[in-house]
Write a protein that binds this ligand. Structure first.
Ligand code: SF4
Ligand code: SF4
Length: 245
């Protein structure tokens, strides 16, 4: 029996689902091992007999809470995938503005989404067994995750920071150049793709265990950033994390 999988999307750009579909070379083999029964971006059938549910997106509307709870009741294993589901993602930014005040600038009108609520992570609403981080997820990490599930091996995320991957590639450190970067407090696994292209790590994979946020803040202030600028960098993806900035 192939495990039956549902892929569900809440508030997000749906780019993480797209990463699954981007596994063009691997999908034919994968579909011999698993069966998608509900995956709106890929198929029109809407099966309810899934045992594993992948949840993309954060919860930003009252109606999404009930939808998510129904999925949780049916799924034996529930996985939050992508930064929106895992961390709240960029959708968390609305929590730092008065409720609904952002509607005109985002949608050009105010009569939409009357049931909007402050953004929640999936784990704030239902229990989550696993997380696949990233904005978007790394499709190879998704594949390793499925392989682990099929072999009944507990999937594990890297427990070291992006800096380790970045240094091993021989990159020149942005922070040492007097710029900002959150790589020292962010969980690795993306092959340090942003600093490799000279862009700062914005923390889309969430914090590594025992991240020393205070120390990084002190260094960034020495580099000339104000407290407000540092707070805004952290808020982009990690605004719902319980850190004092
Ligand atoms: S550029 Fe960023 S990720 Fe790379 S070593 Fe410096 S702080 Fe770490
Ligand atoms: S370098 Fe940072 S922001 Fe870029 S993909 Fe990796 S974790 Fe995300």
């Amino acid at each position: 029996m192939k495990p039956k999988i549902g892929v569900f999307s809440f508030t997000s750009c749906e780019g993480c689902q797209l990463q699954i579909l981007n596994l063009e070379d691997e999908l034919p083999i994968l579909l011999g091992q698993i069966e998608f029964v509900n995956f709106r971006e890929a198929m029109s059938e809407k099966g309810e007999d899934y045992e594993i549910a992948f949840i993309e997106g954060s919860i930003t509307r009252e109606s999404e809470i009930e939808e998510l709870k129904k999925i949780r009741e049916k799924a034996r294993i529930l996985i939050a995938f992508g930064a929106c589901a895992h961390l709240g993602g960029v959708n968390n930014l609305k929590n730092f503005h008065p409720q609904g005040s952002w509607l005109p600038s985002v949608y050009g009108r105010t009569d939409l989404f009357s049931d909007t609520i402050p953004t929640k992570r999936v784990k704030d609403v239902v229990p989550v067994e696993f997380v696949i981080p990233g904005c978007p997820i790394d499709k190879k990490e998704f594949l390793r995750f499925i392989q682990g599930l099929l072999l009944n091996i507990q999937p594990r995320l890297p427990d070291f920071p992006v800096c380790v991957e970045c240094r091993s590639k021989g990159n020149i450190c942005l922070v040492e150049e007097g710029k900002w970067c959150l790589g020292s407090v962010t969980r690795a696994g993306c092959d340090a793709i942003c600093p490799t292209y000279r862009e700062a790590c914005a923390g889309c994979r969430g914090f590594v265990e025992e991240a020393n946020i205070e120390s990084l803040c002190n260094i960034l202030m020495q580099n000339g950033l104000s407290k407000e600028e540092i707070r805004d960098k952290f808020r982009l993806f990690n605004g719902l994390e319980p850190i004092d900035l």
